[in-house]
Design a protein around this ligand. Structure first.
Ligand code: NG6
Ligand code: CA
Length: 530
């Protein structure tokens, strides 16, 4: 009797063990890695982070399946340095030779070709790598003038992406075209493109000349060439058949992303999707969002961003890739209402009580929390349980985390600001991997957060700078980013950075000041002498 029961018991275990073995070998396949980065999306802009007036059910699907970080950071409050940091694992201010402030559409490549970036690391580990959407990290070598009529290189494909379909800078900067694998899409050789950020070479009227042609009135900086009813920063001539229409952008993003997923479903892949929303100019396609919703146009383009995310998630599910794909959903910097175009964003949001920064202080451009703390979701259903985590994480950490799960090695001196966050992803209650983070605003503003303390040294800037060519340095929005006196906050008691404790805790100021110096930050006037 005893024997029989042991036999039965052992037999019953066989299928169980068999299943376990199959499961673990399946999850041993390196996961796909998909980074979806919104543009200027704030900490309070998603319904999974508490937004009431802007529904984001699709992004919320990622939150429901993964870890929602409440202390996730973009290391800069503007696009170029944040994306640089994400792709290299280094804070952008570490590099000296190249420019990593907001780049023009004809600026040279800001990342060294051939360097070991996040995509290059994964490519060397056998991943298929691709980028779809916003680039804004420069193109060309800076020696020969950029020529958009032939191969535009070096660019994404020289820093690790096998496949690339990008717009060069921002939607509000010329050239208003797509580049696929280094060539302008839909270009007629008989109508070559030229671009200038200095001289008016435009063959379409300027915003300043024909405001009657504009869908949205714009400030002076955004009033150069008009492309399909929107005036942009910079002058563009030719390339008429290649010029995108703003309302088509989300469709191209979805189509190209889904095509990449279909093509590469058989191997591990790394895909970086740079969504354009809710950055200006805000143009929503009514075929996607229907009539304008409660929170106005900014709410509409967030819904449009959510729609694209949903289409991408649907494709992953259809291709059975959803379990073993690690998805990061985040933003490159905090939100802003007015950023050059009169689209009534602030009044519409105020009317429904929508706060894009979710109660944090400041906006895009500033080193305050509102400029740098962003939505940060990571899901990987095969390995990571849903959780909410208050542990600190930065965009730079995507690289070391990806190395860990793909088996790639990061040599010394590379990805210096990147930390492997797998311990936190595996156990939301694990000790924090990241103890501090450095944040960088415009005009040389820096901040360091360590634990609950945040220190923002005064900087010497008299006027705002670092906002890209043509911007008005006297603009009050930029002035708000300048730090005139050193600031110390305790974020646990004062998440909105309202109570400056710098004179109350001078030792804390000293400690964080020397910690910030130790990271390598230079030329900040408010740092204490050693
Ligand atoms: C600024 C533009 C802004 C935006 C930004 C880049 C002003 C007045 N102008 O120069 O509209 O294009 O550059 O944004 O602010 S980012 O998110 O790509 O960094
Ligand atoms: Ca941005």
């Amino acid at each position: 009797m005893k024997q029989i029961s042991i036999f039965v018991f052992a037999f019953a275990l066989v299928p169980l063990f068999g299943l376990k073995a199959a499961e673990s070998s399946k999850t041993k396949t390196p996961p796909n890695i998909l980074v979806i980065m919104a543009d200027d999306l704030g900490y309070g802009d998603l319904s999974c982070y508490g937004a009431k007036a802007v529904p984001t059910p699709n992004v919320d699907r990622i939150a429901a399946k993964g870890v929602r970080f409440t202390n996730g950071y973009a290391p800069a409050s503007t696009c170029t340095p944040s994306r640089y940091a994400m792709l290299t694992g280094d804070y952008a201010w570490r590099q000296t030779a190249k420019q990593t402030t907001i780049l023009d559409g004809d600026a040279p490549l800001a990342i060294e070709p051939g360097s070991l970036t996040l995509p290059e690391m994964l490519r060397r580990s056998g991943y298929a790598t691709g980028i779809v959407g916003k680039w804004h990290l420069g193109l060309g070598d800076g020696k020969t003038p950029l020529n958009f009529n032939s191969e535009v290189s070096p660019g994404p494909r020289q820093i690790g992406f096998d496949y690339s379909i990008i717009i060069p800078a921002t939607v509000d900067r010329v050239p208003s075209v797509w580049l696929e694998n280094d060539r302008v899409v839909g270009l007629d050789p008989a109508d070559p493109i030229s671009v200038s950020y200095k001289n008016n070479i435009s063959d379409t009227p300027l915003g300043t000349e024909r405001p009657d042609l504009l869908m949205q009135q714009a400030d002076k900086q955004h009033s150069n060439s008009i492309i399909h009813g929107i005036s942009r920063i910079g002058y563009m001539k030719g390339g008429h058949s290649a010029r995108f229409k703003d309302e088509d952008l989300p469709h191209t993003v979805v189509d190209k992303t889904v095509a990449f997923l279909e093509k590469n479903q058989g191997k591990p892949f790394f895909l970086y999707v740079g969504l354009f929303e809710p950055h200006v100019p805000r143009v929503a396609d009514p075929r996607i969002v229907g009539p304008t919703g409660k929170a106005g146009i900014r709410g509409d383009v967030i819904r449009q961003m959510d729609w694209q995310t949903g289409k991408i998630l649907d494709a992953l599910e259809r291709l059975n890739l959803d379990q073993n794909t690690l998805i990061v959903f985040t933003s490159d910097n905090g939100p802003i209402f007015f950023d050059g175009y009169e689209d009534n964003a602030k009044a519409d949001a105020d009317a429904v009580g929508h706060d894009p920064a979710g109660g944090l202080r400041g906006f895009k451009y500033a080193a305050y929390e509102g400029g740098t703390r962003v939505p940060f979701l990571i899901s990987w259903p095969a390995q990571v349980k849903p959780a909410v985590s208050d542990r600190m994480i930065s965009l730079t950490d995507i690289m070391a985390t990806s190395a860990e799960i793909s088996g790639a090695k990061i040599p010394d001196g590379v990805a210096r600001d990147s930390l492997n966050q797998m311990p936190v992803l595996r156990n939301a209650k694990a000790n924090a991997v990241r103890d501090s983070v450095v944040l960088n605003g415009i005009s040389g503003a820096y901040a360091i957060r360590q634990g609950d303390w945040k220190f923002i040294p005064a900087n010497a800037a008299k006027q705002a700078n670092g906002m890209g060519s043509g911007a008005n340095p006297d603009d009050p929005r930029f002035a708000a980013a300048i730090v005139r006196e050193s600031l110390l906050y305790n974020l646990a008691d004062d998440p909105a950075e309202a109570k400056n404790l710098a004179t109350v805790y001078p030792d804390k100021v000293k400690e964080l000041s020397s910690l910030l110096k130790k990271t390598g930050v230079r030329n900040v006037s408010g740092l204490a002498a050693d």
